[in-house]
Design a protein around this ligand. Structure first.
Ligand SMILES: [Cu+2]
Length: 178
C-alpha cells in the first residue's frame, strides 16, 4: 500500500516534469498572482493608528452656531459616517474654548419637544447620521469669547472605550444658515 502510494506520487511529479511549457505558464500565473495580491493587500491594510482619529469615522459639514444671546449655549451640527470595523459608540464631546459640551437629542416630554442629553450614539460599519437642527446636536456651554463667527474650533467626540475623534467646526453667527 505504501509503495503503491509512492509510485503514484512519483508518477505525478514525473508527468509534471514532462510538460515544461505548462509549468512555465503556471509559474508565470503564480508570479502575476502574487504581484496582484501584494498590491491589493497594500491598499486594504489597516491605516496606521493616528492620535485623535478613529479609523473609518468621517465627519463632514461641521459647524458651530453661536447663540443669539452671548453666554447661552451654542450648538454644533455635522454629518458623520462610519466605515470601519465593527461599530463605535459616541458617548460625549469636548469643544475647544468651552467649559463643557454634551451630546443632545430632541425628545418629547410632557407633550412638548424638548432637548436633553442623548444616550450613546451607536454607529455600525456603513452607518451615517446627521447631527442637525431639530435633532441630534452637541450643546456647548460657556463658550469663550475668542470663538467668533468666521473662525473655527476643535471638537472632540468621545468614543466609548476611550478613543477620541477630533474634527474642526466652522463658527457661524446666530443668524446664519444652520
Ligand atoms: Cu441641546
Amino acid at each position: 500500500m505504501t509503495i503503491g502510494h509512492r509510485k503514484m506520487m512519483g508518477a505525478g511529479f514525473h508527468s509534471a516534469r514532462f510538460k515544461p511549457a505548462r509549468a512555465f505558464v503556471i509559474a508565470a500565473a503564480l508570479g502575476l498572482g502574487s504581484v496582484l495580491v501584494s498590491g491589493c493587500s497594500g491598499e486594504t491594510e489597516a491605516p496606521a493608528e493616528v492620535e485623535g482619529v478613529v479609523n473609518g469615522l468621517e465627519v463632514t459639514n461641521a459647524r458651530l452656531v453661536l447663540p443669539p444671546v452671548s453666554g447661552n449655549p451654542a450648538a454644533i451640527y455635522f454629518d458623520i459616517a462610519y466605515n470601519g470595523k465593527g461599530g463605535v459608540s459616541i458617548d460625549g464631546a469636548e469643544v475647544e474654548g468651552a467649559s463643557s459640551a454634551e451630546v443632545h437629542d430632541m425628545m418629547e416630554y410632557n407633550f412638548k419637544m424638548t432637548m436633553g442629553p442623548a444616550g450613546p450614539i451607536g454607529l455600525r460599519s456603513g452607518d451615517a447620521k446627521s447631527f442637525e437642527p431639530g435633532g441630534l446636536h452637541i450643546m456647548v456651554f460657556d463658550l469663550g469669547e475668542d470663538v467668533v463667527a468666521g473662525g473655527s474650533t476643535e471638537v472632540t467626540l468621545k468614543i466609548m472605550g476611550g478613543d477620541r475623534h477630533k474634527f474642526t467646526a466652522d463658527v457661524r453667527a446666530a443668524g446664519e444658515e444652520r
